[in-house]
Design a protein around this ligand. Sequence first.
Ligand code: FAD
Length: 477
Amino acid sequence: MNQSTHPTVILGGGFTGLFTALHLCHQRYSRPVVLIDQNERFIFKPLLYEFLSGEMSTNQVWPRYEELFDCSGVAFIQDTVQTINLKQRQIDLASGLRYTYSNLVLALGSAINYFGIEGAKENAIPFRTGEDAMALGQHLHSCLQRASQTEDPQQRRTLLTVAVIGAGPAGVEIAATLADLLPRWYDKLGGNSQEIRVVILNRSKEILKGDVNCHLRATAQKTLQQRTVPVELLLEVSVSAIQPNLVEYKRYQHSDTLPAATIVWTAGNTTHPLIKNLSIPEEHRDQHDRVCVTPTLQLADFPEIFAGGDCVAEGDKPLPLTAQVAYQQGTAIARNLKAISEGKDPQPVQVNLRGTLLKLGLGESAANLGDHFEITGRLGHLIRRGTYLQLLPTPVHNLKISLEWLIDEIFHRYMKPNSSSRVLRWAGGALAVVVLTSSGLLIWRTTQPTQFNRVWRSTNLPTFINQLLPEQKKPQN
Ligand SMILES: Cc1cc2nc3c(=O)[nH]c(=O)nc-3n(C[C@H](O)[C@H](O)[C@H](O)COP(=O)(O)OP(=O)(O)OC[C@H]3O[C@@H](n4cnc5c(N)ncnc54)[C@H](O)[C@@H]3O)c2cc1C
């Protein structure tokens, strides 16, 4: 069979894979596209905390692939990839299905690293998927209910203690969220919320060490102390084992334990096993065994294969493992696949890092914009939420969700029944609509200029904004 009659197969429907597929659709890619993911739903990981806390709903943060690919022409297959045969261009799935591809996109993300710590996999709850968030939420509800009924103070203390292993961004964000959320949940059960403890255990003496968010360290450290219950930091500890309801650790040569009914694991990533097993020479891998890609995001020995996101290494300066990198690489892979299908050359890909965003509690975030400005508190929360809403998978989806959020912000926060007069309330509401809509559109135009222009092209909005604001300069290499 002629290779070009085979589909373009995308392995993994996370940030890289999903946005490759969606951009191929928008570009009217002429070849069939198959996307394979083990899960039924896409999870928007940066908003996983909002999903856990109920600040955002399932259909916003955890939509079904079938819904996202409705009318798109992409065939979605829910199955687990078992082997990838690069020479035969074949993919074998757990169900026994086999796909032969003309082009392949590797977008499998990373895997959890438990560092061989005894009992970690069995007794700690990971926090990476929609299923993890659901499981953690149910577990926490059950602990709080049991705590509200027990007479035994020691048992209550254990039930009300959450140990978060790791002080990278996920550890900091989940700890900050839980330190505001659990007191609310426990208050409703009639418990004393000041008995709740959220403790971060971290190997190094700094939080956010070596992370893109490290510029926000001082703000994060201060904000963690200002939560409804202050987050406790146990730094320079080495976790040695995790048992049910107990973390064992060493600190300055002394062994100690922390009884905790909830132990959340956020401590590390490792290269996906399928990527480790690819028959690719060592010189085309980095020290973590990720595959190295060319500037056009192709594999050097297999130019029909593109790869992006957490499973690849590109160039000498490694890019952070973030959604913004994976999203941009997915978009670029789609552009290059389209170019190849039209007989053109694929183009080198430039990833622009546009600052970082960190959730630091309910309704509280820090935004580090282009390493120049730091915006914190409620405004930081609005910027973070607005930015992510514009990144939701399809323009229709993100427009719908943005409107829901806007209405919620205005009617529930700015138009409270005790505001002094009706006129003032409506004026405040109208002003909030104008401010939020314009800032939402500006954030969208700044962070996703291509998507913004595509969606609003039929109106004169992009031209109007271009006339108001000076042209954005692309950063120099
Ligand atoms: C809790 C959390 C919060 C985060 N917050 C932020 C943030 O605020 N900002 C930010 O920029 N980044 C954030 N990140 C990081 C960001 O989400 C990742 O860098 C990004 O998702 C990587 O995209 P990817 O496409 O490489 O992999 P993923 O998005 O992980 O997608 C990989 C996909 O492959 C599928 N898959 C894996 N193995 C198989 C298999 N064998 N068969 C079939 N399918 C398979 C998975 O189901 C998954 O859908 C966060 C990560 C986590 C865990």
